[in-house]
Design a protein around this ligand. Structure first.
Ligand code: NAD
Length: 269
């Protein structure tokens, strides 16, 4: 899929680690100029490393600091990117975190932190992206669609998750955010879709894969019998960002080694 994104500007939130880093590398390899977003100064070195890997491989991009839950920072990041590159063509709404607790012990701070980053952060970034797509209008020289937004959701927009109610709620909200935007802006040729990963090997879920026992237990949930890698998500992000998927909008695409076919029912439940 080399060059399918040539000439396009892609902004990836939370791209200094895990899935966001993998997606940034894949989009850059497909020809996009990438904006590697990171939230705070402490994560800048990791973002720099991601960008170095991209430029060493012949890609182009920049790093950009912004806490996606802060309106002023999101507005400034988009303004800076448009000033530097002229526009944005692709938004990967990826930044996310967990603050896990039993529901009866969950603090308001744990609830608000997850909703503010995972859901409000996606609202703020999608709003700036759509404002830019509408301002700029079509760019048929690079894509049939006027703009593309990909929301990083989760299998937990479908599978309820005790002990993680704030996280599951944020992902359920992303589903309606994504579908409502696809509905509202489809006639402006703006495509909005979600990627719903199962278990991908990243820092967010280290406890689920770092010991052989944890990994074995995880495999009971995954028919395909391996943990996913950021590259798996990167491949799908390239497809969903490109004209190869031009008739797909409003879709949640599950990429989970079969987690959502519910392995536990394979022997009669
Ligand atoms: P990760 O912890 O490596 O990545 C999350 C990224 O978000 C980090 O780079 C972090 O710095 C960034 N971030 C956190 N708060 C931010 C903020 N306020 N502003 C900007 N960036 C911020 O974990 P990951 O697995 O790569 O997660 C990426 C996305 O994928 C998340 O939305 C997560 O919910 C989703 N996801 C992950 C899995 C999985 O199994 N790893 C499964 C389903 C969904």
């Amino acid at each position: 899929m080399e060059s399918v994104l040539k000439g396009q500007i892609a902004l990836i939130t939370g791209a200094s680690s895990g899935i966001g880093a993998g997606v940034a590398k894949s989009l850059a390899a497909a020809g996009a100029t990438v904006v590697v977003n990171y939230p705070v100064e402490a994560t800048k070195p990791a973002a720099d490393d991601v960008l170095k890997e991209i430029t060493d491989a012949g890609g182009t991009g920049i790093v950009a600091q912004c806490d996606v839950s802060k309106e002023d920072q999101v507005i400034k990041m988009f303004a800076d990117v448009v000033a530097q590159f002229g526009t944005v063509d692709i938004l990967i709404n990826n930044a996310g975190l967990q603050r896990d607790a039993k529901f009866d012990e969950m603090t308001l701070d744990q609830w608000n932190t997850v909703i503010n980053v995972n859901l409000t952060g996606q609202f703020l970034c999608a709003r700036e992206a759509i404002r830019e797509f509408l301002r700029r209008g079509p760019r048929p020289e690079v894509s049939v669609a006027t703009g593309k937004i990909i929301c990083m959701s989760s299998v937990h927009e479908l599978i309820p998750w005790g002990g993680h109610v704030n996280y599951a709620t944020s992902k359920g909200g992303i589903r309606m955010l994504m579908q409502s935007l696809a509905q509202e802006y489809g006639d402006r040729q703006i495509r909005v879709n979600s990627i719903c990963p199962g278990a991908i090997q990243t820092p967010i879920n280290r406890a689920a894969w770092e010991t052989p026992q944890a990994l074995n237990s995880l495999m009971t949930l995954i028919p395909y019998n391996r943990i996913g890698q950021p590259q798996d998500i990167g491949n799908l992000a390239v497809f969903l960002s490109s004209d190869l998927s031009d008739y797909i909008t409003g879709a949640s695409i599950f990429i989970d080694g079969g987690m959502t076919v519910f392995e536990g029912f394979s022997t009669n439940g």
